[in-house]
Each structure stands twice: as C-alpha cells, then as structure tokens.
Design a protein around this ligand. Structure first.
Ligand SMILES: [Zn+2]
Length: 312
C-alpha cells in the first residue's frame, strides 16, 4: 500500500467486552483503513486487561507501520471514569482497576507516547467528522448497556472538574423507581438504556430477567400494538425526553446526536424524542436531533483526533 503518512493514527478503544483497534485516516474524514478487535478479559481482573491491551496495541502499531501510518503514537479511548490530565483510569463498572496510571504504563511497555481519553471522546468524532460536523455545540448521547454523554463546544470536549461532566445516564427522572447500577433511584440509565428497556420489558412480561426480548424486540412489539411493550417503550421515550429537555435548557446545544445500540432503531427513536422536546419546550430553541452515522467507530476516531491534536 502507498505511504499514508502522519495523518494515519493508530487507535484503540478499551471496552468492557472487546478492545477495538483501528488505523484512522484523519485526512479522509476519519476513514478506518484497518481494524481488528480482541477480547478485553475484563472479568479476569485489571492485570489481564493491561496484558491484553499491550499485546493488542503492538499489533495495531505494527499495522500502522505496515500501512505507512504513524507507528510512533498510540491513541486510546478508555471506558469508565478516566482522568485525562494525569492519564489515570479511576474506576470502571466492569474492570476492577482503581487509580491505575494506565497511560504511562502503556507508554512504558510499548515504547511510544500514548494519549488516552475518556470514552466520551466518541462525541468529538461526531462533532468533527459525524452528523454534528459544522455545529458549534454538539451533545452526544450513547445508549448501550448504560448511557454515556458528551458535549463538544467549538471543537473542544467539555470535561468538568473531575472528568465526570455530561453523565446524562445518572439524571434522575420523576416517576421511576428503578435502581441504577450507581446506587441511585430512577436514573435515566436504569429506565432507558438499550439494556434497561429490554430488562424492564422482560421482567414485566415474566421472561427471565437476563435474557430474551431486547430493546429492538420491544420496539417491534410496541409498533405492532403490544400494550405492555408500548408502555415500556413510551415510558423510556418520556424519560429521555424529560432528561434531554433539562439538558437543552442548561446547555442550548445546536445538535443532539443519538448513538449506541439503541440508535440503530433510527427514525422511530429520533422522532419520538423530537416530539417530546417539541411538547415540553416553552422559550427554548430546540436542537436538531440526529442519528449517529459513525456507529461504534466513533471511539477510535475520537481518540485519534485527540491524540493527533496533543502530539502535534
Ligand atoms: Zn445512576
């Protein structure tokens, strides 16, 4: 393959189940020119996750060298709470690390600079190369097992004092009593994540709590007129609409990007949320509500943008 040069960045995305790796061409709208993934071994403890990350990152850097990209820099997106100033993995729901200096550790083991970001860096990809492109204030919400949020203003992610800003999933929604993974009651994540919509329906329908109908199935059933499924789906949409209206009032975004597994529902999800915002607004100007087109590549692309900016 022809030499690609400095604008092709090696990036990894450490998740609870898989570590994704990719070569991201920042001169071609963040196009992925190579990708691979490997299990993260989260259940076996953080040492195993670090081992898996190091050996997989070597593969990704070797691919960068083979494709004529940068083999002298690794971009990383890290799940959970991540302190980007110190490069420290603070906590994660599925990995037992605590205040682990992951960035330095990886850099020492790999022999190249590593620029690691909180996984909300996916929102930067939406703002730079995705449907948020050209907008000044881009709020992204990813609905998966949990709910993650981010805000990019003038091309820069807003982090907060402790890298905990935009934890939209932990906004409390009146009228709901579900317990959240964080211990709180009635949090959006416990009601309206893809995982929660499936689980709430399964429990209400008497299916096993851990497997059976998922959020996609709940939407299908609701569309077909199933009363129970409609109640769960519409309740989740109400909860999202309520929470987003709070965000709109506070942040006045130009665009809200819907991402994560639930966003695969597409238009029914988008229009359900948009109509809630329309009926809840008083003086507020509403943002455009759009479905992500980057999908699960947003993490590696966002990490690559952040790393290239930092490394220069
Ligand atoms: Zn919570």
């Amino acid at each position: 393959m022809a030499a690609m040069g400095k604008h092709v960045v090696a990036a990894i995305d450490i998740g609870g189940t898989f570590i994704k790796g990719a070569l991201v061409d920042l001169s071609a709208d963040g196009a992925i020119i190579w990708s691979e993934s490997t299990p993260s071994h989260a259940a076996e403890g953080w040492e195993k996750v670090v081992e898996a990350t190091v050996s997989f990152s070597r593969q990704v850097l070797a691919a960068a060298a083979a494709h004529g990209g940068r083999a002298d820099l690794l971009a990383a997106s890290v799940l959970g709470i991540f302190d980007e100033e110190r490069g420290v993995a603070v906590t994660a729901a599925n990995i037992d690390w605590r205040d682990l200096p992951l960035q330095d550790l990886l850099s020492e083991r790999l022999g190249v600079p590593v620029v690691a970001s909180h996984d909300s860096i996916a929102g930067l990809a939406e703002a730079v190369f995705g449907v948020g492109r050209g907008a000044r204030t881009v709020m992204t919400t990813a609905f998966g097992t949990g709910i993650a949020g981010s805000l990019v203003y003038n091309g820069v992610p807003y982090r907060g004092a402790h890298f905990m800003a935009l934890e939209i999933g932990h906004l409390a929604v009146p009228g709901f009593t579900e317990r959240c993974g964080c211990g709180g009651i009635g949090h959006l994540e416990a009601v309206a994540s893809a995982g929660s919509i499936g689980r709430r329906y399964r429990i209400a329908a008497g299916e096993p709590a851990e497997s059976g109908s998922d959020s996609r199935r709940v939407l299908e059933l609701a569309t077909a007129g199933d009363e129970l499924a409609s109640r769960i789906w519409e309740g989740a949409m109400d909860a999202i609409g309520f929470s987003f209206m709070q965000c709109v009032t506070l942040l006045d975004p130009d665009v809200i990007v819907l991402a994560g597994g639930l966003a695969k529902a597409g238009e029914p999800l988008r229009s359900a949320i948009e109509s809630r915002l329309q009926s809840a607004r008083s003086f507020q100007r509403l943002p455009e509500v759009l479905i992500s087109t980057l999908g699960d590549q947003a993490g590696v692309v966002g990490a690559a943008i952040a790393a290239a900016r930092k490394a220069g």
